[in-house]
Design a protein around this ligand. Sequence first.
Ligand SMILES: Cc1cc2nc3c(=O)[nH]c(=O)nc-3n(C[C@H](O)[C@H](O)[C@H](O)COP(=O)(O)OP(=O)(O)OC[C@H]3O[C@@H](n4cnc5c(N)ncnc54)[C@H](O)[C@@H]3O)c2cc1C
Ligand code: SF4
Ligand code: SF4
Ligand code: SF4
Length: 602
Amino acid sequence: MIKITNKDLCTGCCACLNVCPNNAITMLSDKEGFWYPRVDESSCNNCGLCEDVCPLIEGHIVTVERFKSPRVLAAWNTDDTIRLDSTSGGVFSALANEMFSVGGYVAGAVFLEDHTVSHIVTNDERKLDQIRSSKYLQSYSGEIFNNIKQILEEGKKVLICATPCQIAALYAVLGKDYQNLVTCDFICRGVNSPKVFLKYMDMLGRQYGARPAKIKFKNKTYGWHRFATRIDFANRKTYIKDRDHDLFMRGYLTTNSFARPCCYNCQFKALPRQADITLADFWGIERHHPELDNDHGTSLILLNSEKGARFFGEISDKVFSKELTIRDALAGNPALFDSLEYKPERKKFFEDLDAMSFAELAEKYFPVPGRFSEIIHRCTTGIINGLRKFLRLLQLIGYHPLVWWQFIYINMLRRATQGKLRLGFVPTTYCRIIIDRSARIIMNGVLILGTKENRKSKRETRFSLGKNSSITINGSFSIASGSDIRVFDKGELILSGGYCTSGVQIVCFKKITIGYGCAIARDVIIRDTDAHQLIGPTHQMTQEVFIGNNVWIGNRAIIMKGVTIDDGAIIAAGSIVTKDVPARCLVAGVPAKVVRENVQWK
Ligand SMILES: Cc1cc2nc3c(=O)[nH]c(=O)nc-3n(C[C@H](O)[C@H](O)[C@H](O)COP(=O)(O)OP(=O)(O)OC[C@H]3O[C@@H](n4cnc5c(N)ncnc54)[C@H](O)[C@@H]3O)c2cc1C
Ligand code: SF4
Ligand code: SF4
Ligand code: SF4
């Protein structure tokens, strides 16, 4: 019979509850609001099954075949509405939709009417809206593992997303891996006390005069980095505060005051993972790969098994992904290996929990800084960040006054420069720039023009925008010196994220689109026009070019008018591409033909 000798280890996973043949186990909440198993000794026949499955008893973790070094990807759902509604890049929703589309079941966490969180398993795709998004309090597993086992035994497919300790519990109950099961966990910072959360909801309910009807953590109104908590009340009022000002998030992120005791010494943080796929926020991506961050949310994905990689492959047309390294992943996500830091105030916080209101607890343990100190803090960080940006600009632009004038004029003084980002157009020395007054520059990202591969190079970079033409920058894009970018009258050029090395020519009469994460090598030519009209009825002089995400174009390749190159394709050096290239195919030759399928590059 299970005996909790050390409460600090029990994760409340409910594996023991699922296997007890006599229903002798119930989960009861303690005074902190976390549930633990209680055995009714009169119903227990000491069969020992509960101990056999407890993942915390040494040796009881079920071994499943996983890669020692997982494949690491940055990814997001290409449906921006779903991406914005999700916690990070919305990859979970793409996986769930895929599972529903093959008639399978999806298990995940939902808010219940009483504002607690519980896991459900369903084949009703309308429930995805409720399952989507992280809930930062512990989700009750109940008998979900038995339900999943039954569905799997019937030969149906199941996708589950849960904490790593819940995934370990699932395997413990199943006793083995199933080919029709795909498991997702996430990099887990720890789960919080449902009791504390209910206290918080109670306070907001009273402040807003109605009960909270919809709760959303990590709402992206202020962007993914400055995520907010949004609560819609039954009386149609709305509460929304960012991570620094929402009291629950502030307590969770700054003091770790109300996480479950086991989360301060988590036993599920190693590599290899147990789940087939690990999902997370790709924190830190903006530092190493700014082109992969537009503040809508970028997911970090670890593919831990063949099965996980195969299932992820099924959604390749629904998500953008780029292969990176585990070093990139670790840079901003220490929770992959590190548990929450235990602070002595946690004990005092729970001693005060019943006696104080939530507002009083917040004031005592994680106060929002006063207006004055916040202004000082904002000013200092603003000045430091401003200085950093200025130094970086100085490095790129140099000291030449003409280049600074171009920078100021294009970004600040031109009427037809628009977009979310000011100061995103960065010319460097030796750029010859001709922009018609009517040409629109839409800056949602950063364009660096004329980067020098050789510091002392004086190679000229040409950039021209004709009458009523437009250029849209969506991510971070750099164009090396010696390149020649020409957008003719009414032409439209869209650059998302990536780079051109030196000597690249882009000739745009109508429309050329280049997706995220593209690498365009030296002396490549991309053109959507023949520039001259053949006499005769059939010749179409100009046709749009579309280059998808994560495409690599080798030296001196030529991309001709009317071509679509799908995500992840590779164009070999010297090829002339006259026909469409399917996703993840390598093409070579003149004219280019597919020589290999299912390729990947990094
Ligand atoms: C408590 C918690 C802590 C986390 N800590 C980190 C972290 O430190 N670093 C990091 O990079 N990412 C962390 N994440 C993961 C991150 O928030 C995203 O869930 C993940 O990146 C997937 O995002 P998505 O946009 O693909 O899908 P989403 O739509 O956000 O999918 C979320 C999935 O997680 C499940 N889920 C939500 N809440 C819970 C819960 N309380 N318990 C179990 N399952 C739940 C849902 O069922 C859904 O399937 C944490 C998530 C949670 C719930
Ligand atoms: S020993 Fe057997 S009967 Fe007793 S609680 Fe555990 S599983 Fe149930
Ligand atoms: S099986 Fe889970 S809930 Fe039960 S004792 Fe072990 S850790 Fe706790
Ligand atoms: S931090 Fe560890 S113990 Fe806590 S919920 Fe996450 S996986 Fe479970």
